[in-house]
Write a protein that binds this ligand. Structure first.
Ligand code: ADP
Ligand code: MG
Length: 312
């Protein structure tokens, strides 16, 4: 389950040890999500109207621009990100690789505003706005989605209730009428088909008793239902068998459009072969140490991570 969504939804939680982002609980019924396509169009029009791009410049601005981002762990003050630089444009698929502990998950969590981390330097612009000024729920609203490495369960809340609440929260935010039960059902069925998942999923409690693979699929279902301009998937492929991996990759492919982008943290080539990243980055010691195309993955497989950062 998506922690950011949990942070903003009025869901009864019976978990014995709720996860840290719950500290961010917003007032109940705060609408959360927006339709990415609409906000994207709005952003584009704004840029053109402001005169910051020429009449003939049809290139949209970068979706995400990260400059020299530094962040530390709040609890112990240890700096983990030592100056991350990254630009993501619309329609791009970025893979982030790197050995364990290099800061990949921290980078992703800092982008979505996880409270365990404090930004100590640098800037992040998302769709022309200063992302670091936004609350986590505003980041969600702006079209950022993250699937966490270890999705958590919400005992007592069924998947369909949860998805309907989250989706209707988005609609309220947009001033659209909430979907009634029948409309919701057909919308969810459409998305289930899109990600090739069984409707049994809807009746089960969010992630409760789900296998690792089912949790990962459920994250993709959430992404399909809610949509995003930039989806960050942290090790969505870990622990999946070959068939589940192919299904998840195909589901992600169906969600991708020329207008949205994907940042995928992974250790494995298999999902990259299925999703064809436009960029491959290697993180090392809290920085992006190397960027290339898919051929970089081959180098990593042959030589391991040790030599990669120093390649020229
Ligand atoms: P990766 O995802 O690349 O494996 P992480 O970003 O999870 O790496 O972690 C980078 C380093 O920061 C690790 O040494 C990890 O132990 C540490 N770290 C990250 N988050 C926390 C936290 N909340 N508390 C303590 N240490 C953390
Ligand atoms: Mg990680």
């Amino acid at each position: 389950m998506n922690l950011m969504m949990m942070a903003i939804l009025p869901i009864p939680l019976h978990s014995p040890s709720p996860p840290p982002p719950l500290r961010l609980l917003s007032p109940p019924n705060l609408p959360l999500f927006t339709f990415p396509a609409i906000s994207l169009r709005h952003r584009y029009v704004t840029v053109r109207a402001s005169g910051s791009s020429s009449q003939y410049d049809t290139n949209p601005p970068p979706l995400l621009q990260v400059n020299d981002l530094k962040a530390k762990i709040v609890e112990n003050g240890v700096e983990i990100l030592h100056g991350v630089n990254l630009t993501v444009n619309q329609g791009e698929v970025h893979a982030i690789m790197g050995k364990n502990g290099s800061g990949k998950s921290t980078f992703a969590k800092v982008l979505v505003g996880h409270p365990d981390y404090e930004v100590t330097g640098g800037s992040v612009v998302f769709k022309g706005e200063n992302l670091l000024d936004m609350e986590p729920e505003e980041r969600s609203l702006a079209g950022l989605f993250m699937s966490f490495q270890s999705p958590v369960a919400i005992p007592g809340v069924s998947n369909d209730e949860f998805l309907v609440m989250a989706y209707n929260a988005r609609r309220r935010k947009l001033g659209l009428p909430e979907l009634g039960p029948l409309e919701c059902f057909s919308y969810l069925m459409e998305k289930l088909q899109l990600v090739n998942m069984n409707s049994d999923f809807l009746n089960r409690n969010v992630n409760e008793g789900f296998s690792g693979g089912e949790r990962k699929r459920n994250e993709i279902l959430q992404l399909a239902v809610l949509g995003a301009d930039l989806a960050i998937l942290d090790e969505i492929d870990s622990g999946l068998d070959v068939d589940a991996l192919r299904d998840v990759a195909n589901a992600v492919k169906r969600i991708l459009t020329p207008k949205n982008s994907l940042m995928m943290i992974t250790h494995y080539r298999r999902i990259l072969d299925l999703l064809n990243p436009t960029h491959v980055h290697v993180m090392d010691k809290g920085k992006i140490a190397r960027t290339g195309d898919i051929s970089l993955v081959e180098t990593i497989e042959k030589e391991g991570y040790e030599t990669v950062p120093s390649l020229t």
